[in-house]
Design a protein around this ligand. Structure first.
Ligand SMILES: [Zn+2]
Length: 464
C-alpha cells in the first residue's frame, strides 16, 4: 500500500518533495538539521550520608573529594522527534524514578517514553539511593541515617526533573558527530581459580575498551558538549574511602571540561558489570584513570567525526526475565546461617512469601534502542550487564556503529550472560545475596534479552 502510494505521488511531484514532506523513513543518508540542549546540576549531598555500593562501610561520609553531577542532553531531529539522555553520578536507581522523570518530559515537552534514557555512573562514592535494590540488605542504616537518605532522595528527584527540563529548554541548532577511541584500564575481574571465580584482575578475560563519543557542535563548528562511554565499574576508590566522589568517571568529565572551557562532558557507562579499573584503591589512581579516559575522548575528537543523521527512531520494551527462585527451606537455612546479608535477605523474602504466598517469578527488564538514521544505533541495557552483552551486540548488529550502554533505565541487579550465569561467581549470582531478589536469574536470560534486541532493531529499522 505504502509503496504504491509513494510511487503515485512521486510521479506527480517527485521523490525529493515526497521524502521531505512526509518524512518517509529511509532517508537516513541525508544530513538532518538537529537542535540540541545541554544542562548540568550538582547533586552532591549537603550532609553526611551513608555511602552506597560497598557492604563493608561502618560510618557515614566525611567531606567531598569531587562533586557529583546530573547532566542532561536533549536532541531534536528535523521532524520534531526528541531524545533526552540523563547521566547521573549515583550508584543505581529504581525504575519508578526514571518513569517519574519520563512522565514530566512527556507532559511538558512531548518526549515519548522511548525518547528518554537515564543512566547512572555507578560510583560507589555517592549516597545510598532510596529503593536501591541493595538498600535494606546491604546497609546497616539507623533510623536517623535512613532519614538523611530519604531527604537526599527528595532533593535528587527534583534536581533530575529540573536538569532534564533545562536541557529541553536549551534546544538550539546543532550538528552532531560520532567517533570513538580506545582506553585500556578496564580489566576483566572474573579470575578463574580452582575454587570458582574470584573477584580479582583477570587480564585474559573479555573486555570492551571502546570509548564511543557523540560530539555536539554549534552550526559554526564550535564544540558545545560531548557524551562519552566506557565499560568499566566506576569503583576505582574502594570501601575505605569516606569522601563523596564521582570516581574515575567524574574525574574524566572534570578533566575534559577543564581542558575545554564552556564545553559540557557527559558520561554514560557501558556494560562494565564484570570490569574493574586496575590498579585501584586510591585517590591518585582514580584521578589517573579519569585523566586517561578524558585523554581518550580527546583522541576520539582528532579525526573528523562521522556525521550523525536523523531521523530518530526510538523503541523501549520490557523483557520478562525469570528467576530461579529459592525454596522456603533454603530461605530458612539462610535466615539461621552466619552470613548477615543472606540472613537479612531471607527474613525479607520469607515475609513476602508468607504475605503473598509466592515470590516474584520474573523481573521486567527495560530495553531501549535508539536509531540515528543509518548513522548510529544506541542499545541501552538495564542493570549491571556484563561485557558479553556489549560484545554480542557489536557482533550481531555492528554493521553500522553501535553504542552499547549498560546501567540504563533501572539498575536493580547484575545481569549475567549465559556464560557468566553458568560459571557462577559474584556476577553470576553470588551478588544476589545483597539484594531482595528471590534467587538467581534463570538459564536463558541472555537469549530472552537478545530476542527483544532483534525485535526492537527491526521495529526501528530506518529502511522500513
Ligand atoms: Zn556493581
Amino acid at each position: 500500500m505504502r509503496t504504491n502510494y509513494v510511487l503515485q505521488v512521486c510521479w506527480l511531484i517527485g521523490t525529493w518533495a515526497v521524502t521531505s514532506m512526509l518524512n518517509v523513513p529511509g532517508r537516513g543518508d541525508e544530513p538532518t538539521n538537529w537542535r540540541a540542549g545541554v544542562a548540568d546540576v550538582v547533586i552532591t549531598p549537603q550532609e553526611s550520608i551513608w555511602m552506597a555500593g560497598f557492604g563493608g562501610r561502618t560510618k557515614t561520609s566525611a567531606g567531598v573529594l569531587n562533586d557529583l553531577h546530573a547532566k542532561a542532553l536533549a536532541l531534536e531531529d528535523s521532524t520534531g522527534t526528541r531524545l533526552v539522555i540523563l547521566t547521573t553520578d549515583i550508584v543505581a536507581f529504581p525504575r519508578f524514578l526514571r518513569d517519574e522523570i519520563a512522565q514530566q518530559l512527556r507532559e511538558k515537552h512531548q518526549v515519548t517514553d522511548a525518547g528518554f534514557l537515564m543512566n547512572c555512573s555507578h560510583t560507589h562514592g555517592g549516597p545510598v539511593i532510596v529503593d536501591d535494590f541493595e538498600m535494606d540488605v546491604i546497609y546497616p542504616l539507623t533510623a536517623d541515617q535512613k532519614e538523611v537518605v530519604v531527604r537526599y532522595f527528595a532533593t535528587l528527584r527534583e534536581k533530575l526533573k529540573q536538569v532534564t527540563d533545562a536541557a529541553v529548554r536549551d534546544l538550539r541548532p546543532a550538528k552532531i558527530g560520532y567517533s570513538s577511541a580506545r582506553c585500556g584500564f578496564a580489566m576483566n575481574r572474573r579470575l578463574p581459580t580452582k575454587n570458582g571465580y574470584s573477584n580479582s584482575p583477570y587480564p585474559a578475560g573479555p573486555v570492551d575498551h571502546t570509548v564511543p563519543v557523540l560530539r555536539i557542535d554549534d552550526p559554526n563548528g564550535t564544540l558545545r558538549a560531548v557524551l562519552f562511554g566506557y565499560a568499566c565499574h566506576n569503583t576505582s576508590m574502594v570501601s575505605d574511602n569516606y569522601r563523596i566522589t564521582s570516581d574515575y568517571a567524574g574525574f574524566a568529565q572534570d578533566y575534559f571540561e577543564a581542558g575545554h572551557p564552556g564545553v559540557k562532558a557527559l558520561f554514560m557507562i557501558g556494560c562494565g558489570g564484570d570490569q574493574n579499573a586496575y590498579p585501584r584503591g586510591t585517590e591518585e589512581l582514580s584521578s589517573l584513570h579519569g585523566r586517561a579516559l578524558a585523554t581518550a575522548v580527546d583522541a576520539a575528537l582528532l579525526p573528523a567525526a562521522q556525521s550523525v543523521t536523523g531521523p530518530l527512531r526510538l523503541a523501549l520494551t520490557d523483557v520478562s526475565i525469570a528467576f530461579d527462585r529459592m525454596s522456603k527451606e533454603q530461605l530458612l537455612a539462610d535466615q539461621a546461617g552466619k552470613d548477615p546479608f543472606s540472613a537479612r535477605r531471607a527474613k525479607i523474602l520469607l515475609k513476602i512469601l508468607e504475605e503473598k504466598g509466592e515470590l516474584r517469578a520474573a523481573y521486567q527488564f527495560p530495553l531501549q534502542v535508539i536509531r540515528f538514521g543509518n548513522s548510529l544505533t544506541m542499545v541501552a541495557f538495564a542493570g549491571e550487564t556484563v561485557v558479553d552483552y556489549s560484545r554480542r551486540t557489536q557482533r550481531e548488529f555492528g554493521n553500522t556503529p553501535v553504542w552499547v550502554a549498560g546501567y540504563c533505565n533501572d539498575v536493580f541487579a547484575y545481569i549475567p550472560s549465559d556464560r557468566v550465569l553458568a560459571e557462577g561467581g559474584y556476577e553470576g549470582g553470588g551478588a544476589m545475596r545483597y539484594s531482595v531478589h528471590p534467587g538467581t536469574f534463570a538459564k536463558g536470560i541472555e537469549q530472552s534479552i537478545f530476542d527483544q534486541v532483534k525485535l526492537l532493531m527491526r521495529q526501528t529499522d530506518p529502511a522500513k
